[in-house]
Design a protein around this ligand. Sequence first.
Ligand code: ACO
Length: 328
Amino acid sequence: MAGIGILGFGSYVPSRVMTNDDWAELLDTDDEWITSRSGIKERRFADDSESTLDLAAAAAEQAISDAGLTADDLDEIIVATDTPEVYTPDTAAHLQHRLGAGEVTAFDLGGSGCAGFVLALDIAKTRVQATPKKVLVVGVELISRLMDWTDRSTAVLFGDGAGAVVIGEGDLVKAELLSFDAGTDGQYSDILGLETGGTRRPFSLEEAQKDGHHEIAMNGREVFRQAVRRMAASSEIVLERAGRRKDEVALVIPHQANLRIIDAVRHKLGLDEDLVYVNVDRYGNTGSATVPLAMSEAHHEGRIKPGDLVVLTAFGAGFHWSSAVLQF
Ligand code: ACO
């Protein structure tokens, strides 16, 4: 396959399973509420010995090996995450060292929440266009360690995980990146976020005492509305940019935040259920990892076949959105 695209896929989820019933033992919630509102049945949580870097490295190693490469072959590393290994330096620096890659350009894309990975794919493509190279792109999140375990309205929605791809060009491309769309509407920056840690609300003893560093602020209903509107519109835009029609699409892989959001996007696009990939029931919302994790699973399960046209679409805090069309 000619063009620029994905050479290898990888993913990793921690082995510890946390079911809705497990949550019901800790919080005033139950399986019925969580399932009916979100479609989530269980999620994976990292154990105490694992960090963001461990999750990222496991997914990255699989993607590099799936591409038939070694870490030495990488020319650039981009990590999309809002739950980095440490505050600074970025997770990409730690990952470069862990993988034993060369002294390559490496940087994090943080702050765009769950929209980060698809945006990173767009950046990776332009980097390969400018200078032929191989770029590792990782989406990773270890949300369980930074969320408020006593807040039932947010905690039950999230999970930990990682997904990765290697982007390059030439005969070994398994999925060509055809088109992209991304956008931002900053007037909604307060409907989803975590304020503590920035200059507006720095870390302090007072913040620590009231667990401010765990306070994920979310206006669930507004997030829902914006997510459906933006993912549906953005999917239409990328298809138009690729010069392809909706009836040619073999699979849509949306950000896995919530089954009701996914269903609403599907209805807006007028697609049958079997054309939309869902694994939010097993992993919950793993932030910037949901799209690469789902894509990697769908590819390894044989759900995506050579010749398939696939749409990726995501939304995240900001409010940001990003979509892509891939030709497998
Ligand atoms: N168990 C039981 N009850 C709960 C729980 C829970 N885990 N969480 C909240 N409730 C209660 C609330 O306290 C509230 O009770 P009240 O009415 O007595 O005050 C009630 O349930 C709210 O219920 P609904 O209004 O029916 O909730 P809604 O249908 O709006 O669903 C949800 C809430 C699931 C958060 C929904 O708004 C949603 O999916 N929003 C999008 C969330 C999302 O995907 N965020 C993305 C995260 S980050 C990202 O992906 C970029």
